[in-house]
Design a protein around this ligand. Structure first.
Ligand code: FES
Length: 289
């Protein structure tokens, strides 16, 4: 592996076994060790990284800023934000599920077992479960499902039931089904190839879950049309919701304002930084795109 992070990053980053000089801090820079980085289908890879214990404080919906290796020898200038797929506190590992499509993720795809990988985080505000919620509905599409998957872990820890509606182009690229089911979620797969992913069909599924008392809250990521659908049904049936917003980022911690998006709060349009104010927001405040 030819990746050599610059000294300015490695000097300050904690490695596994290092004593954390600031154990109360929220965010840190860490050098993890790759355990595995395997293809799960023709488009997506699953990276498992052994990390410093501080990084294990990450929870569902939060992200890390990744210093990806170069895929071609030229420098990769910026870190890449990526939501955490799973936190395995027993094994001391964080996991990422990612689509290899840009230079950062193509470089990341080259990582192999034993390689160092520099991550900064955990960043942002993730998903929250309110006391009293017994059953939640998760609806996502594509790589958005990787962001939603750790909700099943959070829900399992709090005794909350999950119905996960997994939307994809075709059955071969349905993401996160195993993780949801492993943690006790009921999954419903909808795909473009048989038109079951059509908004009308998903609406019928959601209405049925609401009628059965299985929808104390909605969660979504990865599709504007599904966000709009959940917003509409949430408003109609008074179901609260949260959305994880996807946005291009540079600094990842609120300094550069590159990630600003419009939200509607108390009837007024306002701008917020997705990296720092989110990436998880009140679903009804999100303005689609
Ligand atoms: Fe810099 Fe959000 S990425 S403020």
């Amino acid at each position: 592996m030819s990746f050599e992070p610059s000294d300015k990053y490695t000097d300050s980053a904690l490695r596994i076994g290092d004593t954390d000089p600031y154990p109360q801090r929220l965010v840190g820079e860490f050098i993890g060790t790759v355990v595995s980085n395997d293809w799960v289908n023709p488009e997506y890879k699953h990276l498992i990284l052994k990390v410093h214990p501080h990084a294990l404080k990450a929870y569902a919906g939060q992200m890390f800023h990744l210093l990806c290796p170069s895929p071609d020898g030229a420098e990769v200038w910026m870190r890449r934000p990526m939501s955490v797929y799973r936190v395995d506190r027993t094994e001391g590992q964080v996991e990422f599920l990612y689509k290899t499509e840009g230079r950062g993720t193509r470089g990341m795809a080259k990582l192999g077992p034993g390689d160092d990988f520099n991550i900064a985080g955990p960043l942002g505000h993730g998903f929250k479960l309110e006391p009293g919620w017994k059953n939640i509905v998760v609806l996502g599409r594509g790589v958005g499902l990787a962001t939603l998957a750790p909700l099943s872990q959070l829900a399992a820890e709090h005794g909350v039931g999950v119905t996960a509606i997994l939307s994809a182009r075709n059955p071969d690229v349905v993401m996160s089904k195993e993780l949801f089911e492993e943690l006790g979620a009921k999954t419903i797969t909808v795909v473009d190839t048989d038109n079951s992913s059509a908004v009308e069909n998903v609406e019928t599924i959601l209405e049925d879950l609401i009628a059965k008392g299985k929808a104390d809250a909605f969660f979504t990521c990865g599709s504007n049309r599904l966000l709009k659908l959940m917003q509409r049904l949430g408003e109609k049936h008074h179901v609260p919701g949260q959305v994880a917003m996807e946005q291009i980022m540079v600094c990842g911690f609120g300094a550069c304002y590159v990630c600003m998006r419009t939200f509607k709060v108390d009837g007024k349009l306002t701008l917020k930084r997705v990296c720092r104010d989110g990436p998880v927001f009140n679903m009804q405040e999100a303005v689609g795109w």
